[in-house]
Design a protein. Structure first.
Length: 189
């Protein structure tokens, strides 16, 4: 009777255990690779959202100043032409937080590209202050008059944000919006 009992009570063999462990490892590797891809996409999405925010911030600043100019009967776009269309300039940058010594938030980019934004971790915002650590983002604003022969008072504003992503690739996002230069419209005969 004891021999029969020993024969019916048996555990897993070594081969069965190794097969089960191998299958478990394959499933775990598949889930780990999916998690890695998800994490990579999360970083890419975060960078893209920050870039869109920075572009939208500059566009909103221009829209706000344009609305103030309508009330004051002045033209922001005249200011852009005198400030940003200087020789050697590649657009402008807008420092939303700090005014320059000349009393303006709008400055020309006098080198090949505009200066990179810097991240102020205490205020959780992007600025141009030289005391903050560099960020991968560069924001450029360009203003073009007369882009359409049928609408000579139309002004195109383009905001481009460029950055180097986590993988070392160059990325960019560009927003554009059309404004009417109402001062130019009302002063032209």
């Amino acid at each position: 009777m004891t021999s029969k009992l020993q024969y019916t009570i048996r555990g897993f063999t070594l081969v069965e255990t190794l097969v089960a462990i191998t299958l478990l490892m394959l499933v775990m590797v598949a889930f780990m690779s999916l998690a890695r891809v998800g994490l990579t996409m999360s970083f890419f999405s975060r960078e893209r959202v920050v870039a869109f925010y920075l572009a939208q911030e500059a566009m909103q600043y221009i829209a706000n100043v344009h609305n103030e100019d309508i009330r004051a009967n002045t033209s922001l776009f005249d200011f852009f032409e005198t400030r940003c269309d200087t020789a050697g300039s590649r657009g402008c940058y807008i420092d939303i937080v700090n005014e320059s010594p000349s009393g303006s938030h709008i400055q020309p980019c006098l080198i090949e590209t505009c200066p990179p934004l810097r991240f102020d971790s205490s205020a959780m915002r992007y600025v141009y202050s030289t005391t903050m650590p560099l960020s991968p983002y560069v924001r450029t604003v360009e203003v073009n008059r007369g882009v359409s022969p049928t609408a000579p008072y139309e002004v195109e504003v383009r905001v481009e944000v460029q950055w180097i992503d986590e993988a070392g690739g160059s990325r960019s996002i560009e927003l554009f919006r059309y404004f009417y230069d109402l001062k130019q419209y009302h002063t032209t005969p």
